[in-house]
Design a protein around this ligand. Structure first.
Ligand code: SAH
Length: 222
């Protein structure tokens, strides 16, 4: 008789990681620097409770404050589209769990990340510290205004959906810089937009349909 569910059927950490990387590649994440960063940073550290068991599945998962940690393949595709360079200073709007910021921190000189929920910023800072990710600075702020004191940025990544790319973020992008932002009028129909700032204006390219939580005005009370 063949017994099922014995210890020999359980996936090892190495197998889980292989499956994770395979899912990323099969969904179009091919940049080796991005794949290496995603192999290094353990997504399980950014997810709490019983959801941690699903950390290596290619799906978004709930985090505190009613928010979500994005699907790993979407994190990979956005990071790849951002084309981050080693000397870059990057702004992320929407810290959430901190996972996306941790991936960015592997690829550039400095990451600034902001979230409107103080609790999420606090919890993400704790994980950054425990991983020794000293090149990330996290702030509680309304990220639609960017971070004027730290601007301009080589790259800006927005991980919540705006109706239009926010004006202050466009203004805080360096000439030659790239911003990736989900844009949509509703929760269900959004497109990932790549904005490139040229000498004389902005170029807009539509990348793919996506689904993100909305960019909300103002700081939250928690
Ligand atoms: N990048 C995150 C997932 C982001 S979920 C990760 O890797 O886990 C989107 C986040 O955007 C939420 O945490 C939400 O609180 C935040 N957000 C929404 N509107 C915002 C705003 N105006 N300023 C800053 N953060 C905002």
């Amino acid at each position: 008789m063949i017994e099922e569910g014995g210890p020999e059927d359980e996936e090892t950490d190495a197998e889980r990681k292989m499956r994770f990387l395979y899912a990323l590649r099969s969904r179009g994440v091919t940049d080796t620097r991005v794949l290496t960063a995603m192999e290094r940073v353990d997504r399980g550290l950014f997810v709490r409770g019983h959801f941690a068991a699903r950390a290596y599945d290619d799906m978004p998962l709930p985090i505190a404050c009613g928010q979500t940690i994005s699907q790993p393949s979407v994190v990979g595709l956005m990071t790849q589209a951002l084309n981050v360079q080693p000397r870059d200073t990057v702004l992320e709007v929407g810290t959430g769990s901190g996972y996306q910021a941790a991936i960015l921190s592997q690829l550039c000189r400095r990451v600034y990340t902001v979230d409107r929920h103080r609790r999420l910023v606090r919890e993400a800072q704790f994980v950054f510290q425990s991983l020794g990710l000293v090149n990330i600075t996290a702030f509680a702020a309304d990220g639609s205004f960017g971070l004027p004191d730290q601007a301009p940025f080589d790259r800006i990544l927005v991980t919540a959906a705006a109706e239009d790319p926010p004006g202050p973020l466009l203004a805080q992008l360096k000439v030659g810089g790239i911003m990736i932002v989900p844009v949509g009028q509703s929760d269900t129909v959004q497109s990932l937009i790549k904005v490139t700032r040229g000498q004389t204006g902005y170029d807009y390219e539509e990348l793919r349909p996506v689904r993100f939580v909305p960019l909300v005005e103002g700081l939250s009370s928690d």
